[in-house]
Design a protein around this ligand. Structure first.
Ligand code: NAD
Length: 247
């Protein structure tokens, strides 16, 4: 489905990003994995991509820093010659009730989860415009749609990503670039592993399909949105949440 395509996955070292990197590779894409801290985990994902017969590149970049992002995209274009797919997946949480939330926790989450998406989108736009085509897929969250106590920073950033998705979709459509968002519900990753068993049971009870999602549940949707089959879809948000949010 994606033979000959080159993908960039931010936060591709673990969790949803790792599953997305492997699914893109299985579909035939070469993958550049952008990671912030854990080189070993990023190399591990890269080696799994190579096991699928695809090329892999590991690049350290903090997506909240424009210079890091620009250098990373340049490296991908210089190594692979093009960039067809950007998956804006990297994200962090710094949860607290609004009364106790520190300004630095607000800034860190907004800088990574929203400004980072802006920097990465901006950086791939020029090469994608030259190629007259591309796919940008932003990983938001259903809590960006419905809110979640203790996550004012995170939900504001994830809601912002949805606005950014709609605007960039309209701006870039004439260049053959589609921009869509995936909004995961509760997914089994390191991000949710830290939560206690009672919290996880509480989450499961809210999910009509009665289980937490797997990273692969998100990855399959990302591959579809990256494919030619999704060529007439842009500016949309697809909730992948076991039926939790239906409006
Ligand atoms: P995770 O914590 O397992 O992985 C996040 C990845 O992002 C890591 O590889 C990390 O190194 C990278 N990262 C963090 N800050 C970075 C930075 N400044 N620069 C570059 N990379 C950075 O998280 P996950 O659960 O796999 O989540 C992936 C995405 O899905 C996130 O955007 C998250 O908000 C979103 N999401 C997750 C869930 C869930 O239940 N797990 C639900 C909804 C949305």
């Amino acid at each position: 489905m994606l033979n000959g395509k080159v993908a960039i996955v931010t936060g591709g070292s673990r969790g949803i990003g790792r599953a997305v990197s492997l699914a893109l590779a299985k579909a035939g894409a070469d993958v550049a994995i952008i990671y912030a801290g854990n080189k070993e985990a990023a190399e591990d994902t890269a080696s799994a991509v190579r096991d699928e017969g695809q090329k892999a590149l590991v690049i350290r970049a903090d997506i909240s820093q424009a210079a890091d992002v620009d250098a990373a995209v340049k490296e991908v274009v210089s190594e692979f010659g093009r960039v067809d797919i950007l998956v804006n997946n990297a994200g962090i949480t710094r949860d607290n009730l609004i009364l106790r939330m520190k300004e630095e926790d607000w800034d860190q989450v907004l800088n990574t989860n929203l400004k980072g998406v802006f920097f990465c989108t901006k950086a791939v736009t020029r090469p994608m415009m030259k190629q007259r085509g591309g796919r940008i897929i932003n990983v938001s969250s259903v809590v960006g749609l419905v809110g979640n106590p203790g996550q004012a920073n995170y939900t504001a950033a994830k809601a912002g990503v949805l606005g950014l998705t709609k605007t960039t979709a309209k701006e870039l459509a004439s260049r053959g670039i589609t921009v869509n968002a995936v909004a995961p519900g509760f997914i089994e990753t390191d991000m949710t592993a830290e939560l206690g068993e009672d919290v996880r049971e509480g989450m499961t009870s809210q999910i009509p399909l009665a289980r937490l999602g797997k990273p692969e549940d998100i990855a399959h949707v990302v591959v579809f949105l990256a494919s030619d089959q999704a060529g007439y879809i842009t500016g949309q948000t697809l909730n992948v949440d076991g039926g939790m949010v239906t409006a």
